[in-house]
Design a protein around this ligand. Structure first.
Ligand SMILES: Cc1cc2nc3c(=O)[nH]c(=O)nc-3n(C[C@H](O)[C@H](O)[C@H](O)COP(=O)(O)OP(=O)(O)OC[C@H]3O[C@@H](n4cnc5c(N)ncnc54)[C@H](O)[C@@H]3O)c2cc1C
Length: 240
């Protein structure tokens, strides 16, 4: 639950504390915030840039982690080629720079340890950002429910949060391009067969969180339904 005083519609100034390169096109920014950050896993924030001529543009970015109650917010941002906002953030923001942020937002695509059902996370590209928040919140909670993840990435270099995801037996990564010779994971786009195997491996029917580009989300949702998951057990978030 959000406990900070004031409305989440109020913009606040946030200062870049660190920048970490997750992949050739994706960076994680940790911002110093004026108040403690208490978002639920899966929620997102709005980030606004103001140009010298006063022009403003804002985009939504999922929190990388559930809020820790510290005055710190972590966002992972992909540099979308020819995009209006993300190239300025991903290419231009450096330690000490200030941006405006408001939030958290989102009441549906969230996970707390009150959720008793097993969890299946399916993400593509930067769509794994809110899934990372859910995955780590689950890991750090006392939940006994199973969690498994299927992550579609173009290449090995593009895989985000390698430390958390590649070390976990609960995460299956499929590479869709340029598969390294020594790669032992899955290859190719997510198929109905891959989803059936993972759905059948759960002891009880999972609640599913699907995030990525719209076409990816549509295809996965259809395949999950074909695998027997009711639409009421599928939560989706579309990034573009
Ligand atoms: C709830 C929510 C949470 C989001 N969380 C994140 C996040 O954690 N990290 C993140 O990087 N992005 C996230 N996004 C996407 C983000 O809001 C922007 O859409 C993205 O940064 C592109 O903005 P832009 O101004 O650079 O491109 P725009 O000028 O807005 O769009 C340029 C083109 O890029 C396409 N596009 C938009 N997003 C993507 C994408 N992710 N990959 C490829 N093409 C894209 C658009 O469809 C459009 O055709 C989220 C979106 C939503 C709705």
């Amino acid at each position: 639950m959000t406990t900070r005083v004031g409305s989440n519609n109020e913009w606040f100034e946030a200062t870049v504390m660190s920048v970490t390169e997750e992949s050739p096109t994706v960076k994680t920014f940790v911002f110093k915030t004026p108040h403690p950050i208490t978002n639920i896993a899966g929620q997102h924030y709005e980030l606004r840039l103001t140009a010298e001529n006063g022009y403003q543009a804002a985009r939504l970015y999922s929190a990388t982690k559930a809020g820790t109650g510290k005055k710190e917010l972590s966002l992972t941002i992909m540099n979308v080629k020819d995009g209006e906002v993300s190239p300025y953030v991903s290419g231009g923001l450096k330690v000490g720079d200030e941006v405006e942020i408001r939030g958290p937002f989102g009441k549906f695509f969230i996970w707390t340890d009150e959720e008793y059902r097993p969890v299946l996370l399916v993400g593509g590209g930067s769509g794994v950002v809110p899934l990372h928040a859910i995955f780590t919140a689950h890991r750090d909670s006392r939940s006994k429910a199973e969690v498994k993840m299927l992550y579609s990435s173009h290449t090995f270099e593009d895989v985000l949060y390698k430390d958390d995801f590649l070390s976990s037996p609960d995460v299956a990564v499929t590479l869709t391009r340029n598969v390294p010779e020594d790669w032992e994971g899955l290859t190719g786009r997510v198929t109905k067969g891959m989803l059936e195997v993972i759905v059948d491996s759960f002891e009880a029917q999972p609640i599913c969180y699907v995030c990525g580009m719209s076409l990816f989300v549509d295809a996965i949702t259809e395949a999950l339904q074909a695998a027997g998951i009711p639409s009421t057990s599928i939560k989706t978030e579309r990034f573009g």
